[in-house]
Design a protein around this ligand. Structure first.
Ligand SMILES: Cc1cc2nc3c(=O)[nH]c(=O)nc-3n(C[C@H](O)[C@H](O)[C@H](O)COP(=O)(O)OP(=O)(O)OC[C@H]3O[C@@H](n4cnc5c(N)ncnc54)[C@H](O)[C@@H]3O)c2cc1C
Ligand code: SF4
Length: 491
């Protein structure tokens, strides 16, 4: 055998760079399901199901396309449940001359592959991942010479480079950013006519995986009931079409809003499909722009949505790969408290946390503001050790892969990187949550004196010396004196 071509569980695009120069009579695809990937953090059952089912569908598709796939199943009797060990065993069996892989999405996995290659005395060729619209080197070049990194400038470069939402060299509508038109709340009447998103009934492969997960990971958190995530590229494209037609027009306005027992609202639910590479971000961006050009969706909604994918998603990947491995150890605010047990049960008397954690355990999903301004806010204010916070987020969301989860958690949400990712700590009092949701209506506390608000003041007091150096925090610190929580509603 010439090359053993490694495909990881989040690399399921049929046009992956691993197939460049692939010769069917010389090379073979290698994939392995190993328990280690579900236990290194205590993964949600729906997350495990999604990865394993999508991998098994990929194996089926790839075999049908005429490739030879060496596939290790989790329930194979001899499976060592370690990626490195399984790779070494396959190397001993097939005796390839080399190994090929596309850039993994996780530093830890990359290290394991490198170690296995070294142990076997083989070269490991790591190819750039062309699923993304920018490379890590593009990001490095962007960052060079800048004293402060900000997503906005990176995003504008990407818009120009790919001609996205551009009219004759200028941004469509004359502005780069329509945030001022977005970020509304629902008002007391709540959301009206939220469309039910398209879900996919588990097929035979998914049902088999669900049985396996129930058997092997039954004590893991979360539920698989109602599992309806896309596990193939076809399903992912249907989910995209469903979002563009039924939810995109309202995405911008309500992207920050939250409401009791409404887990999806107008969000796309496409992160998992994109992160597993079942869906190409170019297709998502093109479909959104087409909706604007045809008049089906307003510019503010489309720009707000595209910014998340062409901007944030690419940007955080650059942060991850240019900051690792030291990034994982950062703890700027010296937070050391333990993650409360209720993060795994949802049993707390704070209704905002109860709502978001229960929804997370039920579906493996919460939208950005729920992650940032409810669970993330609590952890930041309570001084929870950022590594424990990171491990929770990596475990409980179906879309969690470390390259995207870590900068969002440790950087954006916990400010543990001291401002590499976010220009200030995202802190607010309970009044912000009250403004953006109806959670406080169902809570035994009142937002102006609830634990979230009390912790907010304590946080400002405790860190005021450090925060005073940041001009963006001055207003909040000024109001610390009079404890005017109305100043703390902006995120
Ligand atoms: C603490 C924390 C942890 C997070 N962990 C993850 C994670 O593990 N995986 C993940 O994909 N996203 C993560 N995010 C970003 C964001 O919350 C999710 O991408 C989004 O909620 C997924 O739901 P959706 O597909 O309905 O997204 P939508 O709200 O519909 O947004 C559209 C798309 O934009 C992209 N996107 C939006 N915000 C971000 C962002 N901040 N960074 C990168 N991409 C973004 C996603 O691909 C998403 O599918 C995290 C955010 C926070 C605050
Ligand atoms: S009152 Fe405070 S604790 Fe209760 S839901 Fe509102 S913000 Fe959360």
């Amino acid at each position: 055998m010439r090359n053993l071509v490694i495909v990881l569980g989040d690399q399921l695009n049929d046009d992956s760079a691993v197939y460049d120069g692939f010769e069917r009579n010389k090379d073979a695809v290698w994939m392995a399901e190993v328990a280690e990937e579900s236990t290194h953090v205590w993964s949600h059952k729906a997350r495990i199901t999604l990865f394993l089912s999508a991998m098994r569908h990929y194996e089926q598709r790839t075999t049908q396309r005429g490739y030879c796939v060496a596939y290790r199943r989790l329930d194979d009797r001899t499976n060592t449940q370690s990626l490195r060990q399984e790779l070494l065993r396959s190397i001993a069996q097939f005796k390839p001359s080399g190994l090929v892989v596309v850039e993994p999405g996780d530093y830890r996995v990359r290290e394991q592959l490198e170690l296995a290659a070294k142990e076997a005395g083989l070269a490991l060729e790591i190819r750039p991942d062309r699923h993304f619209l920018s490379t890590v080197d593009d990001f490095r070049r962007h960052a060079e010479g800048r004293t402060q990194l900000r997503m906005e400038y990176f995003y504008r470069e990407m818009r120009k480079r790919y001609g996205v939402l551009m009219d004759g060299g200028l941004p469509a509508g004359g502005e780069w950013n329509f945030d001022k038109d977005n970020r509304e709340s629902f008002g007391s009447e709540g959301p009206v006519g939220v469309p039910v998103p398209l879900e996919f009934k588990p097929d035979r492969i998914t049902r088999e995986v669900m049985d396996l997960v129930a058997d092997r990971f039954g004590r893991h958190p979360g539920s698989m009931d109602g599992f309806g995530w896309a596990v193939t590229p076809e399903e992912a494209e249907q989910a995209l079409a469903d979002f563009i037609e039924h939810r995109l027009p309202w995405f911008g306005a309500y992207q920050d809003a939250m409401w009791m027992d409404e887990p999806w609202l107008f969000h796309s639910r496409l992160a998992a499909a994109m992160n597993l590479k079942l869906l190409d971000p170019r297709k998502v961006i093109a479909a959104a722009e087409a909706a604007y050009r045809s008049g089906a969706a307003p510019l503010a909604a489309v720009e707000g949505f595209i910014r998340q994918i062409l901007g944030w998603r690419e940007y955080v990947r650059g942060i991850y790969w240019t900051q690792m491995p030291g990034y994982l150890e950062r703890n700027e605010l010296g937070a050391t408290a333990s993650l409360p047990r209720f993060f795994w049960t949802g049993k707390t008397d704070m209704n905002c946390l109860r709502q978001v954690i229960t929804q997370t355990l039920d579906f493996g999903y919460a939208h950005h503001i729920q992650r940032l301004m409810v669970t993330g806010l609590y952890c930041l204010l309570a001084g929870i050790d950022p590594k424990q916070v990171h491990e929770w987020y990596l475990a409980v969301y179906v879309d969690a892969v470390e390259w995207v989860e870590l900068p969002n958690t440790l950087g954006m949400s916990q400010y543990a990187d001291g401002g590499v990712m976010a220009s200030k700590p995202y802190v607010a009092s309970g009044k912000y949550i009250n403004r953006m949701s109806n959670y406080c209506k169902g809570c035994q506390y009142k937002p102006d004196s609830c634990p979230m608000t009390e912790m907010y003041w304590s946080f400002l007091e405790k860190h005021q010396e450090k925060l005073a150096k940041n001009p963006r925090m001055l207003m909040q610190l000024k109001n610390l004196k009079g404890r005017d929580a109305n100043s703390a509603v902006q995120r």
